[in-house]
Design a protein around this ligand. Structure first.
Ligand code: HEC
Ligand code: HEC
Ligand code: HEC
Length: 217
């Protein structure tokens, strides 16, 4: 067996093990929804902060509920105006606007991945992802589940601060043929825009004033 092939096999075995570990995580249903600050294992339970800080349950139970991660459906909470995140305490930070959906994983066995720029750009700046995590061109980055599970690429945030990687279908959310059709529609639209936005050809310089109206294009 070639070295390359055994490396590839070892990699897929590692992906499977990582996925198996993820999927065998204990169900969160039996645990308290949000452990108190003294019990969360993150802070010193005897420290003074435990009496001063707001308890997570008090703040989070009012927001759109989720069944995974930190139990808040953040996208929904934002949409419903339950939260209004700010880029800075003092100055207004304007993030870029770009709402295109990017369709990924159009060849694999899993359903296609729809990456919504809109949802991300409400919280993040382009520079949070471009270009150190992803290139600004669909398909230009070698994105892989293996790297994501290791906390790279989408995994820099998902599984850390955004919804966890156990929620496969939130990313793998589209049938391949639907994603391909949507991609074809996007491309046709972009092409139509490119033809209408093209500047008219420069008119030749003329010494005499024009007598006839400019020709219609
Ligand atoms: C945060 C988003 C996200 C989550 C959650 C996620 N994936 Fe993926 N997955 C991706 C992306 C992006 C790719 C790579 C797409 C590409 O090839 O361009 C990928 C690729 C894959 C691939 C390799 C390509 C294929 O279809 O065979 C497999 C297998 C896979 N994911 C399985 C899973 C499983 C199982 C889960 C849940 C345990 C999961 N993924 C959760 C984003 C995600
Ligand atoms: C959370 C991460 C993230 C943020 C934030 C983000 N992008 Fe992206 N962007 C991506 C990913 C992932 C791709 C696909 C890369 C690939 O397939 O190689 C992409 C692709 C693109 C593309 C190419 C689209 C195409 O169809 O080829 C453009 C243009 C782009 N981004 C612009 C922006 C701009 C402008 C912003 C800020 C307003 C932004 N992005 C913010 C992750 C992000
Ligand atoms: C820089 C951080 C960051 C990166 C990188 C990132 N995301 Fe996200 N993503 C977020 C945040 C924050 C949210 C909103 C909070 C949440 O839903 O947990 C979000 C939400 C989403 C949602 C919307 C879920 C919903 O409820 O509608 C999808 C789908 C998604 N991400 C897919 C991806 C995929 C696929 C990638 C990689 C190609 C990726 N994200 C990379 C931070 C990130």
């Amino acid at each position: 067996m070639s070295i390359l092939r055994s490396v590839a096999l070892a990699r897929s075995a590692r992906i499977l093990i990582a996925l198996a570990c993820l999927l065998s995580l204990p169900a969160t249903a039996q645990q308290p929804r949000w452990p108190s600050i003294a019990e969360d294992g993150l802070r010193d339970p005897k420290g003074p902060a435990t009496k001063i800080l707001q308890q997570p349950a008090e703040a989070l139970s009012k927001l759109a509920p989720d069944t995974a991660g930190n139990q808040v459906r953040w996208v929904e909470a934002l949409k419903q105006g339950q939260i209004k995140p700010r880029g800075s305490l003092k100055t207004l930070v304007k993030t870029g606007e770009y709402n295109k959906d990017v369709f990924l994983n159009l060849k694999g066995g899993m359903p296609a991945v729809r990456f919504p720029h809109s949802v991300h750009n409400e919280w993040l700046d382009c520079s949070n992802c471009h270009d150190h995590l992803f290139k600004k061109k669909r398909g230009a980055t070698a994105i892989s589940m293996f790297l994501i599970l290791q906390g790279e690429q989408c995994g820099v945030c998902h599984g850390a601060v955004a919804f966890p990687l156990t929620e496969c279908s939130r990313c793998h959310s589209m049938k391949r043929e639907d994603a391909l059709a949507e991609l074809a529609r996007q491309e046709a639209e972009a092409q139509a825009e490119a033809t209408t936005a093209a500047p008219p050809p420069p008119s030749p310089p003329s010494a005499t004033p024009r007598t006839s109206p400019p020709a219609k294009r």
